[in-house]
Design a protein around this ligand. Structure first.
Ligand SMILES: NC(=O)c1ccc[n+]([C@@H]2O[C@H](COP(=O)([O-])OP(=O)(O)OC[C@H]3O[C@@H](n4cnc5c(N)ncnc54)[C@H](O)[C@@H]3O)[C@@H](O)[C@H]2O)c1
Length: 324
């Protein structure tokens, strides 16, 4: 449901002051999240705050942070956790564009001799190591709560391999490799790692007027919102076909995630089984794995049926259930 899907979640967005980051901050706040907005631009962060509706301003922590500095990342993550009460979502979005080297880089490819060693290091430190710094600073907390979503913003495959587009392209290729490795490393922990990209040049300052593109032909930064919200709303996974093993893994993963969250507030997990699962012995056999997992935690949960839940809710004093 729009406006509620991320309620109770704390998100950290890097490069939040403008472009795609700024659009994502607006979208996350609109979905109910609390957001730590990180950027190197103080003026940009102030403008971001000014652009928010009143309800959004209260849920924003703007934090001047250079992601190429590990200590600064650790400090920003700590401030989000203590100041906003947690951390669930990390969006590694900040990056330098090729305009930092030459404004007409789209027309005239950038050659290796134009790139000073200091500029190469600056790109690697921001566009690649910056995401590692933020992930490293956050991961202990995310693994500890057995839930986290890390999204790394990369670029099109062609841009990674393109001639005359260094250091931007190779940094994004490295970021994709790191994302894949981290996704495997954290598999089963409740922390997922994914990449999202606009799919072409987007209408932000990273693509300057000198780039030669007609602004109307550029992709709107808002295309990033739907896939990112989808990734955080894991229940959406149910809307696709899955193998019996995937389905069982999904039930176990969701159960563990809800069990961890239920330490803070009560949660109800219901599983409806279609004949597609029940009518096939091999699917049912696989599904028993999920049931065995759930039953192994029976001391931590209340195994019941809908009628008992209704009776319990009816028995609660007025005011506990909203609207009662
Ligand atoms: N615009 C595009 O065409 C396009 C295409 C594909 C991918 N992307 C990716 O999308 C992401 C966002 O790009 P954008 O177009 O919004 O760029 P942008 O240049 O408009 O915004 C980038 C933001 O990152 C901040 N930033 C730069 N260095 C930083 C640092 N060291 N620490 C913290 N913040 C820093 C900048 O101040 C700026 O606010 C980037 O990762 C970019 O590579 C953009």
């Amino acid at each position: 449901m729009p406006g509620r899907r991320l309620r109770g979640k704390v998100a950290v967005v890097t490069g939040a002051a403008r472009g795609i980051g700024r659009v994502l901050v607006h979208a996350l706040l609109a979905e109910g999240a609390t957001v730590a907005a990180l950027d190197v631009s103080d003026a940009g962060l102030a403008a971001l705050r000014d652009s928010l509706p009143d309800g959004g301003k209260d849920r924003l922590l703007a934090n001047l942070t250079d992601i190429s500095d590990y200590a600064a990342c650790e400090h920003a993550v700590g401030k989000a956790i203590t100041g906003l009460g947690g951390l669930h979502i990390l969006i590694n979005n900040a990056a330098l564009g090729m305009g930092a080297i030459r404004i007409d880089h789209q027309q005239v490819p950038v050659g290796i001799q134009e790139i000073s060693p200091a500029m190469w290091q600056r790109f690697v430190a921001t566009n690649f190591s910056g995401a590692w710094n933020m992930t490293r600073a956050s991961i202990g907390h995310l693994l500890g709560q057995r839930w986290g979503r890390i999204i790394n913003i990369t670029t099109s495959f062609a841009t990674m391999l393109r001639g005359g587009f260094h250091p931007y392209g190779p940094c994004k290729a490295a970021l994709e490799a790191m994302s894949s490795g981290h996704a495997k490393e954290f598999e089963g922990s409740g922390v997922t790692v994914n990449v999202v990209l606009p799919g072409g040049p987007a209408d932000t300052s990273m693509v300057p007027p000198e780039s030669g593109f007609e602004r109307k032909d550029l992709i709107s930064p808002s295309v990033m919102v739907a896939p990112i919200v989808w990734l955080y709303d894991s229940l959406q996974m149910l809307n696709r076909m899955a193998t019996p093993t995937e389905f069982t893994n999904f039930v176990i993963h969701n159960f563990d995630e809800m069990l961890a969250q239920s330490k803070r507030h009560p949660l109800v997990m219901g599983i409806s089984l279609h004949g597609h699962v029940l009518g096939q012995p091999y699917r049912l056999h696989e599904f028993r794995r999920a049931i065995r997992h759930i039953v192994s935690k029976r001391n931590e949960i209340w195994l019941t049926h809908p009628g008992e839940i209704c009776k319990h809710v009816e028995s609660l004093p007025k005011g506990i259930v909203p609207g009662s």
